[in-house]
Write a protein that binds this ligand. Structure first.
Ligand SMILES: Cc1cc2nc3c(=O)[nH]c(=O)nc-3n(C[C@H](O)[C@H](O)[C@H](O)COP(=O)(O)OP(=O)(O)OC[C@H]3O[C@@H](n4cnc5c(N)ncnc54)[C@H](O)[C@@H]3O)c2cc1C
Length: 392
């Protein structure tokens, strides 16, 4: 009997296993993959990660970035760069392996290369079955098996369609003429309700595009090809090795992440920022909070009560995501107008970098931007007229 069984050992699962094992609990982590394993991802982690980890991730950082070059449909490039770092770019195979090593070091028992096929909450315990015919029993179950995992779908009825769809490709840097330096590259307007990106690493450029699943309507490959075909540095390259994946962004009305002896963290609980699609930070943050709730209940009484984790999500995370959702509506429903506003007022992005750094919350940023727009409607009309000159 384990104190906790963690299904999935990405950033969320490994962090939960690490935190629980460090507190002296008997933990089992199971992942269908063997690490290092590839994960389709831009791999940009906002610098606020440094505030919540109690160990260094420096060995996994391939590039620290200070801002971005923005374009609208690959035109009208504009650099908005800060004197202070905004994010760290990692390759997920290295980064996730580092987190898993920390969990093992802390004493978590780990099974790699074995798929979990089913799980149940039996009232007084939880059980998990695996594809190789084994079964494990524990006091609580942590669902961390990501966007397409079994725990969220089977035990919580989460809807995998409430997500963004994406395509990514890793392009060896030496095949590209442009030096992206210490900047991200972000393109607006090339996909409904989303954006395209190029994130530089040491040896690769992570190239990708993501947009709202319903609005994209099955045309994700078309949007990716169009971006890759018009972006100067990618033109003519063979980007056939690409991967499609879903980004399970937070949506209003998502089911709670706690049920009896089971809780969900990271992508499994749709705990991804809906504006940027940033999920690594939130996977780690929600894993830590969930682990702390488990530790509290195990140390405190014989009755398992995971409700404090749900209360924490409602207080600390959902309001942030709701504000990010409002920001998404503003930006992605009107990308041309947004781009035109940004061209005239790049300080908006400089201030948004503070949100990424965790120095300001999304709600106050949204209210500031919205207030700015409302207080000077004639300026917005002028920007709207300017935006007519951007590519349709
Ligand atoms: C195209 C794209 C770009 C992104 N870019 C960024 C970015 O730049 N920055 C950012 O912060 N976020 C980004 N994200 C989001 C980020 O990748 C996720 O939010 C993050 O990986 C969540 O971590 P996790 O541990 O919850 O899930 P995952 O990393 O998905 O880990 C889940 C683990 O569960 C395992 N698993 C699945 N099913 C089973 C099973 N049945 N049995 C056992 N194990 C199982 C998997 O093998 C995997 O290791 C991006 C996502 C996509 C798709």
């Amino acid at each position: 009997m384990y104190d906790a069984i963690v299904v999935g050992l990405g950033p969320a699962g490994s962090t939960a296993a690490y935190t629980l094992a460090k507190a002296g609990l008997k933990v089992l982590g199971i992942d269908k993959a063997r690490f290092p394993r590839y994960k389709s991802c831009g791999g940009c982690i906002s610098t606020k990660i440094e505030r919540i980890l109690d160990f260094s991730i420096a060995d996994a950082i391939e590039q620290t970035v200070y801002g971005a070059t923005f374009t609208y449909k690959s035109e009208r490039a504009m650099d908005i760069v800060s004197g202070r770092a905004v994010g760290h770019n990692v390759m997920r195979n290295t980064f996730d392996t580092l987190l898993l090593a920390k969990a093992k070091e802390a004493g978590a028992e780990v099974v790699e290369g074995v798929r979990v096929t089913g799980a149940a909450d039996n009232g007084s315990s939880v059980s998990v079955t695996t594809a190789d015919g084994r079964s494990f029993t524990g006091r609580v179950l942590v669902g961390a098996d990501g966007a397409s995992g079994v725990i969220g779908r089977e035990l919580f009825g989460l809807n995998p369609k409430e997500a963004a769809v994406s395509i990514t490709a890793e392009v060896p840097y030496d095949r590209v003429k442009t030096d992206y330096g210490r900047k991200l590259f972000i393109d607006f307007g090339g996909i409904p309700y989303g954006y395209a990106w190029i994130f530089p690493k040491k040896e690769f450029l992570s190239v990708g595009i993501a947009g709202d699943a319903i609005k994209v309507g099955g045309r994700i490959k078309e949007y990716f090809n169009s971006f890759a075909g018009t972006h100067a540095a990618l033109k003519g390259l063979n980007l056939d090795e690409r991967i499609g994946w879903t980004v399970p962004i937070y949506y209003d009305g998502a089911a709670p992440s706690v049920k009896g002896r089971v809780l969900l963290i990271g992508d499994t609980g749709h705990l991804v920022d809906p504006f940027l699609g940033e999920g690594i930070f939130y996977a780690i943050r929600t894993a830590k909070a969930a682990a702390e709730a488990i530790i509290d209940t195990m140390m405190g009484s014989t009755k398992v009560d995971l409700a404090p984790y749900q209360a924490w999500l409602e207080k600390e995370i959902y309001p942030e995501f709701k504000a990010a959702g409002r920001l998404s509506d503003l930006v992605y429903n009107h990308p041309r107008l947004w781009y035109s506003i940004l061209e005239k007022d790049p300080d908006i992005m400089q201030r948004f970098y503070n949100v990424i750094r965790g120095e300001e919350d999304s709600d106050s940023f949204y209210n500031w931007v919205y207030g700015k727009i409302r207080s000077k409607p004639w300026k917005v009309i002028r920007r709207w007229i300017d935006s007519r000159f951007l590519p349709v």
